[in-house]
Design a protein around this ligand. Sequence first.
Ligand SMILES: Cc1ncc(COP(=O)(O)O)c(C=O)c1O
Length: 429
Amino acid sequence: MLQTNERSRQLTEDALRYIPGGVSSANRRVDPNLTFVRAAGAYIYDADGNRYIDYHAAFGPAILGHCHPEVNSRVIEAIQNIDLIGVGAGDLETQLAKKIVEHVPSAEKVVFCNSGSEATYSALRVARAATGRRKVIKFQGCYHGWHDAVIMNVITPAKRLGQKDVLTAGATPEVIDDTLVLRFNDVEEFTRVIEAHGADIAAVILEPIPHNIGAVLPHQEFLRCLRDLTLANGIVLIFDEVVTGFRHTLGGYQAVTGITPDLTTMGKAIANGFPLAALCGRAELLDRCGPDGDVFFAGTFNAHPVGVAASLATIELLEQPGNYEHLFRLGERMRSGMTSLTGKYGIEATATGFGSVFVTYFMTGAIDSYDDLIRNNAAAFVHFRREMISRGIYMIPVNLKRNHISLSHTDDDIDATLEAAEDVLRLMA
Ligand SMILES: Cc1ncc(COP(=O)(O)O)c(C=O)c1O
């Protein structure tokens, strides 16, 4: 058990004085609100000197592990040579674009920005420009960033299910109205909506696995239906692979499922924690983002050598044989370990996920879309994680959030995690 959180508590109080709510990103305030001062590989260290095996991974980027020495040294090498010039493309930038085109099935061309939100914002804009239409479809439970068109219907309270659940004040009502929210994995509903409104829809955007609510696995027939009907109706299909890209394979989940979208957004694991995101897809659509196109795409810090060097190093490391096998094997160990432990203690639970992403819901039965997750026992979910944190295992204590394994995690880390989990589950039983 951990000793004290006193120093973390003091630092949180300081932060609260100067930063609204003590955080610069809405999802970062959790209870306990620890302050972390060091990270290395699979471990993070708080201000009181407690060490945690980290499965939060900063919401996903740290696929190689934190402060990866090879990534850091490639970044240092890059910035000893050049910083930001703001003219043309950097040599590393073109190398990186080439790698992405090689790996990601939908990528014929690629542009870089700094966050997943910028990528999804531009993807929707390109889709609207290309189709001359305004409306977009997203799915309940998927998160695509913080801009007006998509900042709605992620972890929606049961009483607001089926309605618009806008997560911010100050959004433009017309933009919100132009987004339709549908049920994930529901072929029948999607078909009905496309039959009625297909001619008004510019884009369909989805996380191919909705990881912002843990891991709801897509039905192949659903993804196939999205592809077929978007093609038949001239709608741009966007896979938001900000979480799945580079985490599940170098080609993203589209390489797993064999369904190729028109546009893909990527971020997070693309640069192992350095700020970089990308929008890629069919050349004809991406060309609209160039200076000869009609969609304005710009940014002072776009393709900054720091993010680009980190991404090149990350992808080169991920290309080495055996890495995804390691991630998938440890993910499977965690899921099967949690399944047998919850079974042993008679706890209603479902351990699921994909590859290196895992989550244990405190519920049983089918999990095909967000509305099924209303049955999850949120109190037990969060309680389990708080108890794990107190045993040195960091899983963010927020309902439905996923965990991530990195290449730095070992079998010993999984053993230690399952041992702590057994202790917690025995007490919960
Ligand atoms: C699937 C998905 N898309 C887009 C975003 C937005 O990315 P960012 O936070 O880098 O703006 C996120 C962030 O969590 C995400 O999970």
